[in-house]
Design a binder for this molecule. Structure first.
Ligand SMILES: Cc1cc2nc3c(=O)[nH]c(=O)nc-3n(C[C@H](O)[C@H](O)[C@H](O)COP(=O)(O)OP(=O)(O)OC[C@H]3O[C@@H](n4cnc5c(N)ncnc54)[C@H](O)[C@@H]3O)c2cc1C
Length: 304
């Protein structure tokens, strides 16, 4: 059967090709290329290149229509995409355009008759669901689950096609450089809605400084209150972190927050409510008022 793969970077493409090998040999795999340099080298036997006008290479509706075109022209049975934001948007639009079943964040793929079986994390990664869908289908593949396939020379075909789209991208601007690097921080001090005022962030910052830690927060602090920039927000919809030490201050420990800190080596928590869920997830806990505990900790650290 024929498989088409689409991703925005080479690493993801190589992982997709590896996942695609359960459906097809390299000669039956097609890489769809929309932007970038077109070298005749790929993990797939063939590369089809679409040069889109303007900024349409960032337009999920245009890309979905390109993939639909590839599907019709090359008789594609399975589409594999990465799990980037753009690819997720493309997968959902393509699923509707072609009335085809779609599984997102899939891994552990297998084939059973005319069906595909795939696993995906559910409940913020606390459990894994096994799903079944019939071929033809669309799958977005969870990053890091497949070893990248090797690249070899491939055939390159240039296609002339203008995808229909109602969406026009008029301007693209680079995001501001992040001022905090939570992903590689060894210690993170993170604050939640236990904080009463924006100005009190300086108290938590002082603790972070004394520990040489990066400053993180729960979603309400950045997204709802706007007390810290979005790049500090940790959790399911924010950054996933894996520090040696994570200190959660005035954070209740909801599932969506825990999803982003579950790979921390040690979790410590300070919370006034002894029944807060964070105490089920932490290694060390202080039941107490952050406005008393944090200054005490800073004093101790400064004197030691
Ligand atoms: C689709 C979706 C995605 C989401 N994604 C995320 C995400 O990525 N990250 C995230 O964080 N949330 C996320 N949320 C929100 C999440 O459900 C919680 O609402 C949020 O994590 C709660 O933040 P919090 O713990 O700071 O606030 P609260 O739940 O209000 O907890 C505040 C805590 O502070 C304690 N406290 C109060 N005063 C003090 C004091 N003086 N000293 C010490 N402790 C004190 C309280 O006892 C309480 O436990 C998401 C929600 C949805 C629906």
């Amino acid at each position: 059967m024929r498989v088409a793969i689409f991703a925005e970077n080479e690493k993801d493409l190589a992982e997709l090709a590896s996942a695609a090998s359960i459906f097809a040999g390299r000669e039956e795999m097609i890489e769809v290329s929309i932007a970038g340099e077109e070298k005749n080298i790929s993990c797939c036997g063939r590369k089809v290149v679409y040069k889109l006008k303007g900024k349409q290479e960032l337009n999920p509706e245009a890309i979905s229509n390109v993939l639909r075109h590839v599907g019709e022209k090359y008789g594609i049975s399975v589409f594999l995409l990465s799990t980037s934001k753009l690819c997720r948007a493309v997968a959902s639009i393509l699923s509707i355009l072609t009335d085809t079943e779609c599984i997102t964040d899939a891994f552990d793929l297998s084939i059973e008759g005319k069906d595909v079986l795939a696993s995906r994390g559910v409940f913020a990664g606390k459990a894994t669901a096994r799903l079944r869908c019939s071929i033809p289908c669309i799958l977005t593949i969870k990053q890091g689950k497949y070893n990248p396939a090797e690249k070899v020379p491939c055939e390159v075909i240039y296609e002339d096609f203008t995808p229909p789209t109602k969406l026009n991208i008029v301007e693209v601007s680079e995001p501001q450089k992040a001022s905090v690097d939570l992903k590689s921080a060894r210690i993170i001090v993170s604050v939640g809605r236990g904080l009463k005022r924006k100005d009190d962030i300086s108290m938590v910052e002082e603790l972070a400084k004394a520990l040489g830690a990066a400053l993180g927060c729960s979603r309400p602090i950045s997204s709802d209150l706007g007390w810290l920039p979005e790049e500090h927000h940790i959790g399911l919809t924010g950054v996933s972190v894996k520090p040696d030490l994570y200190i959660a201050i005035g954070i209740s420990g909801q599932l969506q927050h825990l999803a982003g800190i579950k790979d921390s080596k040690i979790i410590a928590a300070i919370n006034t409510d002894k029944s807060a869920p964070i105490f089920q997830a932490c290694d060390y806990g202080v039941v107490g008022d952050m406005y008393k505990v944090v200054p005490e900790l800073v004093k101790l650290l400064k004197s030691s």
